[in-house]
Design a binder for this molecule. Structure first.
Ligand code: 6PG
Length: 242
């Protein structure tokens, strides 16, 4: 596991954008580079940096395909839709293909089918993203995998509708088998209000937080934190850069 600590959320957005720019420039396979986007406020800053000069003009966007890690059960133009956020901050500015999750229809199996068609597969036959971007909620959820919800334990489906009683809602989300089949998982976590939960995540393996189930089978896990979110002590096993 790699932990990168930046000064603040702006610096993290810049560093992640530049790292992604290099990755996309190096992608030399004939298939598109497949990215699952996160919702929430933290990645929005990253999307905005990607959509602006100098980066926007320096990435082979037609060779990138965007998917989503989770979605709220609302139409695409709804203010709460992760698609709406990604569309306005990034997607409408670039020529990449983007495949939204139609969570308002409940069609999770159709999205799993889409992943099967468009993504390479790992040795177990599970679709494997080149990159999954994720955030973490203050309760330790990631994507729409919330504490105590059924989707946490799903092993035989890649995409599900997940009832989230604590929010009185239902969301569509990728499940852990497909997240952990990714080549790279990047978790972006910033702000002081996330610090205590990150401390628990790193130092209390039995805390049973959803985000602790991220454990890529063949890929890598990178945490992108700002100083406000970063716990005082970091796991000994982590490679830390600043
Ligand atoms: C969503 C998410 C979710 C998010 C975290 C962090 O749709 O809400 O994908 O998992 O990444 O809740 O959100 P913030 O960045 O807004 O704190």
């Amino acid at each position: 596991m790699h932990i990168h600590i930046g000064q603040n959320s702006e610096e993290i957005a810049q560093t992640v954008a530049q790292t992604l720019q290099r990755l996309l420039q190096q992608h030399n396979e004939s298939r598109p580079f497949c990215i699952a986007l996160a919702g929430g406020s933290t990645p929005k800053q990253l999307y905005e940096v990607l959509a602006q000069p100098p980066i926007v003009g320096d990435v082979p966007w037609t060779r990138v395909a965007f998917f989503f890690g989770d979605e709220r059960a609302v139409p695409p133009e709804h203010q709460d839709a992760n698609y709406h956020m990604a569309q306005t901050s990034l997607l409408k500015h670039i020529p990449s293909r983007a495949y939204r999750m139609a969570a308002e229809t409940g069609a999770a199996e159709a999205y799993a089918q889409l992943l099967k068609e468009h993504l390479p597969h790992n040795a177990q036959g599970i679709p494997s993203f080149d990159l999954v971007l994720l955030g973490m909620g203050t309760d330790g959820h990631t994507a729409s995998l919330f504490p105590g919800t059924k989707a946490l334990d799903v092993q035989d489906q890649w995409v599900v509708m997940n009832d989230v009683p604590q929010l009185e809602t239902t969301r569509m989300t990728l499940t852990f088998p497909v997240l952990n089949a990714s080549q790279r998982i990047w978790c972006l976590v910033t702000g002081e209000r996330k610090r205590a939960r990150l401390q628990e995540c790193f130092h209390h393996p039995d805390a049973n937080l959803p985000i602790q189930r991220l454990n890529p089978t063949e890929g890598t896990l990178t945490w992108w934190l700002d100083q406000a979110a970063a716990p005082q002590t970091l796991p000994d096993s982590a490679k830390v850069t600043k």
